[in-house]
Design a protein around this ligand. Structure first.
Ligand code: PFF
Length: 462
């Protein structure tokens, strides 16, 4: 059997994992939550959680990967035979996420193409987004292109694919996002009532803590929002970090790499806030800040860019290109989690594994696209969302299966095998692991409790 691939260096690993972590969540949800939940207050809570909750879960998954040298489908069984089924769930999750993430990736690509071909102004017309996603061929075409690009990179393998493209796309992404964030601080706009708002005022909305009217209830909402966001943002419980961890060399310093991944992801989320909150605030005031997700990215932001004239068209092209890079590196990671699982479990070649998952993913992605026309339906989910096929898949994977997987992982490591399983892996070259004590308490007690609350909340039960 061929020797397992590994990342050439820790930079490749850090950029690949950060590429997975930095995705749509950083851009279309983090800035919205921060401005909704009291600016700096949200940021401080998010940072504290990143250093405790996020750090514990990320360390656990990456260390499980490196220790077992297996992808999620086989790794859990290696840690404990009774947890074999957890591996199956950890492989089903990325199989559900990949198709709909590629559909959204296709939407991003369509907008990038529109802006780059100087047709950005059209995207601001009423009903543009709805007309696009309800049309028959366009969304499917863009989805297929997005999926083919992702599959091509994964087909090239760990070094010539994941590592190489992460090293190209991530620095580019960083340059583009810094460029837009700095630019957004320089803008100002006078609306029809004659009031002028500036980018710097928008920055204040994002970073200055707003304690006005703070109640225990509001504080707990902020806490839950920050936790849910962090959990998703670090690509936890998607099988990804286990499979990427399995490619890390034994001599590499895991603690150092994990710190860098967290810093990268948090810095990009912060830059996304610096970029989006001022732009939206300047052109749409506080009301504009009420939108997130597709509504923000595909309706409000294009309207703002179009109202800025030529500069807006350039800005739009740079923005959607940057989002496209973020989406591709995340989609790569989720496909790799599945492909490496198939390779490990069934002993098949990378080429075969990619072909199999490409076919399954393509079929499901087309169903997701058709969910907005031929297969349209609308059902209400327990969390209040009116769902089509895409939202249904998102709810089932994100809100139900992911928290359950993370809770089971905490039970496995915290209680069944013991935290030392991970601590020994992380310190096997005598690396210093100063948060060892914290890790033990987090994995045994605090993370499972927080995750149970997260599960009940995101499932819509409380
Ligand atoms: N951390 C990613 C994000 O913020 O978008 C989460 C993610 C989603 C990773 C979907 C990979 C993926 F396919």
């Amino acid at each position: 059997m061929a020797e397992r691939s590994s990342f050439n260096g820790s930079i490749g690993f850090v950029l690949a994992a950060a590429g997975s972590a930095v995705g749509l969540g950083n851009i279309w949800r983090f800035p919205y939550l921060a401005s909704k939940d009291g600016g700096g207050l949200f940021l401080v809570i998010y940072l504290i959680l990143a250093l405790t909750f996020g750090f514990t879960l990320l360390t656990t998954e990456i260390a499980i990967g490196r220790k077992t040298k297996k992808s999620p489908l086989s790794a859990y069984r290696r840690i404990h035979p009774r947890f074999q089924n957890l591996g199956i769930i950890a492989c089903i999750i990325p199989m559900i996420i990949l198709p709909y993430y590629c559909v959204i990736g296709g939407w991003v690509m369509k907008y990038a193409v529109d802006f780059i071909s100087l047709k950005g102004a059209e995207t601001a017309s009423d009903g543009y987004f709805t007309n696009f996603i309800t049309s028959t061929t366009q969304p499917i075409t863009y989805t297929v292109i997005f999926l083919v690009i992702t599959a091509f990179i994964i087909f090239r393998g760990v070094n010539k694919g994941i590592e190489k493209y992460s090293k190209i796309l991530m620095p580019l992404l960083l340059i583009l996002i810094i460029g837009i964030a700095v630019f957004s601080l320089t803008i100002s706009h006078t609306d029809s009532n004659g009031s002028t708002r500036t980018g710097l005022e928008g920055l204040k909305v994002f970073i200055i803590p707003d304690f006005q009217g703070l109640t225990i209830e509001k504080f707990s909402i902020t806490l839950m929002d920050a936790m849910g966001q962090l959990f998703y943002s670090l690509s936890i419980a998607m099988g990804i970090m286990i499979s990427y961890g399995s490619y890390v060399k034994d001599k590499d310093n895991l603690v150092e790499s994990i710190n860098r991944i967290e810093i990268f992801d948090t810095v990009v989320a912060f830059l996304a806030g610096m970029m989006i909150v001022p732009v939206v605030y300047v052109f749409s005031g506080y009301e504009g800040l009420n939108s997130s997700g597709p509504g923000l990215m595909f309706i409000n932001i294009p309207k703002i860019f179009s109202s800025m004239g030529v500069i807006g068209i350039v800005l739009g092209a740079v923005f959607f290109l940057m989002v496209l890079f973020a989406a591709i590196t995340s989609a790569m990671s989720i496909l790799e989690a599945i492909v490496s699982s198939f390779m490990d479990k069934y002993g098949i070649s990378r080429k075969k594994a990619v072909l199999i998952e490409f076919s399954i993913g393509l079929f499901l992605a087309i169903l997701v696209c058709l969910g907005y026309n031929a297969l349209y339906f609308e059902i209400s989910l327990p969390n209040g969302v009116k769902a089509q096929i895409l939202d249904l898949m998102d709810y089932f994977s994100n809100n139900i299966l992911m928290p359950i997987t993370a809770i089971a992982t905490c039970v496995l490591i915290g209680w069944v095998r013991g935290p030392k399983t991970i601590i020994e892996e992380v310190t096997k070259n005598n690396e210093s692991f100063s948060r060892k004590g914290l890790y033990r308490i987090m994995i045994k007690y605090i993370c499972p409790i927080l995750l149970i609350v997260l599960l009940l909340k995101s499932a819509g039960i409380i």
